[in-house]
Design a protein around this ligand. Structure first.
Ligand SMILES: NC(=O)c1ccc[n+]([C@@H]2O[C@H](COP(=O)([O-])OP(=O)(O)OC[C@H]3O[C@@H](n4cnc5c(N)ncnc54)[C@H](O)[C@@H]3O)[C@@H](O)[C@H]2O)c1
Length: 248
């Protein structure tokens, strides 16, 4: 198995892509620690994962990635429980889509705080342990719109482009400590985040995807397994686009 004996932290894993990554990591032999905003959400996710992997080691706690105290406490609990952190997936993300003229300061701040500041805070908390271990792999969940831009998503696209800058900078800064930092830029993935989009918009997006299908959560989880594993041991500072050719 590709992640045997590894301990992985995955943020925003009560559903969607994060939950899919937790599942894929467990299937590859990793122990997983997941967080999400609500106690109920993470317990339900843990139940689901434990049902699929009865022998899997899973820690599930509520933590808001936009709060430094929550990040520090969560990481401290993970270390207390598992003794190490090999993989960190900064996956938690939100949208507050609207055109610039209607976008409020709080729409901007909320999205930047969770999507970009959250990855900074969680990386800062986890990297201390990775430095002690002299190894680690960090994966930041960017987006195709961080590369291409998108109307009515100025806040979200800026946060996802920011994650690419964060990824490249940390890759340079942490390489000497044997810590790799990469990003995944998914296209349109079938999750509750995209369920809210109007049918006409979904149809228009589908037409523009060369592979003519939306991504399944598994498409993204498989990329995360690869980047987290030793198979990607010489890859750092990269953005792996998993977008069906939507942006080339
Ligand atoms: N679905 C897509 O098409 C798509 C495309 C590109 C990128 N992404 C990115 O992938 C990631 C996951 O997306 P998804 O579609 O699974 O979303 P989702 O809305 O289904 O799930 C988001 C998860 O993040 C958690 N979360 C939200 N705010 C949080 C906070 N402050 N602290 C901790 N956890 C928090 C939620 O509890 C939930 O578990 C996001 O970063 C998203 O931007 C998604």
């Amino acid at each position: 198995m590709l992640l045997d004996g590894k301990t992985a932290v995955i943020t925003g894993a009560s559903r969607g892509i994060g939950l899919g990554i937790a599942e894929a990591f467990l299937a590859q032999g990793a122990k997983v620690a997941i967080c999400g905003t609500s106690e109920g959400g993470v317990s339900k996710a843990k139940e689901h994962l434990q049902g699929k992997y009865p022998n899997g080691e899973i820690l599930a706690l509520a933590a808001d990635v936009s709060k430094s105290g929550d990040c520090d406490n969560f990481i401290a609990e993970v270390i207390k429980h598992f003794g190490r952190i090999d993989i960190l997936v900064n996956n938690a993300g939100i949208t507050r889509d609207t055109l610039l003229m209607r976008m409020s300061e709080s729409d901007w701040d909320a999205v930047l705080s969770v999507n970009l500041k959250g990855a900074f805070l969680m990386s800062k908390a986890a990297v201390k342990q990775m430095i002690k271990q002299r190894s680690g792999s960090i994966i930041n969940m960017s987006s195709v719109v961080g590369q291409s831009g998108n109307a009515a998503q100025a806040n979200y696209s800026a946060s996802k482009a920011g994650l690419i800058g964060l990824t490249k900078s940390l890759a340079k800064e942490l390489a000497s400590r044997n810590i790799r930092v990469n990003a995944i830029a998914p296209g349109f993935v079938k999750t509750e985040m995209t369920e809210v989009l109007k049918e006409e918009l979904r149809d228009a997006i589908l037409q523009s995807i060369p592979l003519k299908r939306f991504a399944e959560v598994k498409d993204i989880a498989d990329a995360a397994v690869f980047l987290a594993s030793e198979n990607a041991g010489y890859i750092t500072g990269q953005v792996l686009a998993v977008n069906g050719g939507l942006y080339i």
